[in-house]
Design a protein around this ligand. Sequence first.
Ligand code: WQD
Length: 337
Amino acid sequence: MRVLLTGGAGYIGSHTALCLLNAGYEVVALDNLSNASPEALRRVEELTGKKAPLIVGDCADEKTLTAVFEEYKIDAVIHFAGLKAVGESVRKPLDYYQNNLDATMALCRVMPKFNCSILVFSSSATVYGTYPEMPLREDCPTGCTNPYGWTKWISERILTDVAAADETRSFVLLRYFNPIGAHESGRIGEDPTGIPNNLMPYICQVASGKLDHLNVFGDDYPTRDGTGERDYIHVMDLAEGHLAALKYAESHHGAEVFNLGTGEAYSVLDIVHAFEKANDLTIPYQVTPRRPGDIAVCYADPEKAANGLKWRAKRDLTTMCRDAWNWQKNNPKGYEK
Ligand code: WQD
């Protein structure tokens, strides 16, 4: 089975490529390299001993997509590609709506022309917005608080309606919680552009000395220690969740949503302390005011994926912290795009 990974050179895409190749799938990546390096897939080939061809292009462009399907027999698509910075989406909403939604619709139009009916979509827990009742289940109300989140929610809506109109389609919509960590080899990992927005890559750059200290965004939330709590999931567990989603799609039609989380909530200070203990390091930090738009707590009810996908996250927080640091310390400048 050959799988097209849009955004396949990215953080989650490259880890999923490695997982699929090791499971015997063939992989083709389409990436515009706006937030990725071709080096990631070169290293995936090094780690697996298998080819992972990369086509550089825009998956929102139907001509580009058609050319890929004409060159390769594609049996399924995993759609990772998209702009994904929450703050940037508030500043540039049109870029986000146009890029992210055009890509979803282009795939929906091109795939059936080549009898390709399986699509796994990279969605996000951000679609739950500020819904307060935890843990989050797939049938909880959704309501986004930023254009990035709305592009994920609207893409889910598009895919759900397309699958309802065409019963040959099999769409699996995966709502990621907070992916962190890296493959155990330390050869592939998260390589954010500029100063990281997200907690773990920021901590890693403090640990490497690239940044002076961590700013803890608020310690006055209604949580155990006052700092924000999230459901952190190892990126390799997330990659394995995509393998499970592909297998599910092969025997199910329609569109189905699954949370990919662990069901465990850890606070910012939990992460800091776990990182320090796992790696025998000290992470200096100072508490600053809350980050606008942040919520106090967000974590998954993972049972639907456990039952439906026969998948559950298995790597613990120590492993997430150790693997994150192993990547950072061996690649202080990332892939050096
Ligand atoms: C985690 C916690 C912060 C940085 C984001 C996106 C979401 C998804 C995952 C794509 C929060 C705190 C962070 C820092 C801090 N991405 N923090 N200092 O905001 O839960 O989710 O990434 O789908 O869409 O919104 O992740 O890592 O930014 O924050 O104190 O320098 O760490 O307040 O409590 P978040 P995050």
